[in-house]
Design a binder for this molecule. Structure first.
Ligand SMILES: Nc1c(C(=O)O)ncn1[C@@H]1O[C@H](COP(=O)(O)O)[C@@H](O)[C@H]1O
Length: 164
């Protein structure tokens, strides 16, 4: 269970996004970063979205990871209402394999940035890592864990046999 004070907000448009977005929370847990995970939708819960975005900074969030699929307006709408950096994860959609999500999140108008990751689970995992990198700038313990995590990843790749 995550009992630390949340510094990263992980939000998603639907419960159906959780299978993807849990990749981000698993990384944050492994790196000792406090987070909260919630469903917030620009389309289905617009009032909740406004409250979430407007209170994010005062509640101590330093980064928001926002995942959504299809007409993925959630990351951009959150970014329009807070200066807390927003990392967008395009969830893979059934109809268009996540291309709709990717373009909805990436093609923001100038002035309202969303840092857009890759489609699907790899994007969610990298959003978690990128959020941890931002937190590591102000938290030495997270910085140490992130360095160790990267070393372990390199070691695992270097040790992998190629002839199986
Ligand atoms: N793109 C958005 C937003 C939003 O951008 O606010 N809210 C929900 N959704 C997306 O709708 C998809 C289908 O949702 P359901 O599975 O609940 O029908 C999800 O991928 C969700 O992120």
């Amino acid at each position: 269970m995550n009992t630390q004070k949340p510094v990263v907000g992980v939000i998603m448009g639907s419960q159906s996004d959780w299978d993807t977005m849990k990749e981000a929370t698993e990384v944050l847990t492994a790196l000792g970063v406090g987070f909260e995970a919630k469903i917030v939708s620009a389309h289905r819960t617009p009032k909740r979205l406004v409250e979430y975005a407007e209170t994010a900074a005062d509640r101590g969030l330093k980064v928001i990871v926002a995942g959504a699929g299809g007409a993925a307006h959630l990351p951009g709408m959150v970014a329009s209402m807070t200066a807390v950096p927003v990392l967008g994860v395009p969830v893979e959609s059934k109809a268009l394999s996540g291309m709709d999500s990717l373009l909805s999140i990436a093609q923001m108008p100038g002035g309202v940035p969303v840092g857009t990751l890759a489609i699907g689970k790899a994007g969610a995992k990298n959003a978690g890592l990128l959020a941890a990198s931002i937190i590591a700038l102000m938290d030495d313990q997270v910085a140490e864990k992130l360095t160790a995590w990267r070393t372990a990843q390199s070691d695992a790749v270097a040790a992998a046999p190629v002839d199986q």
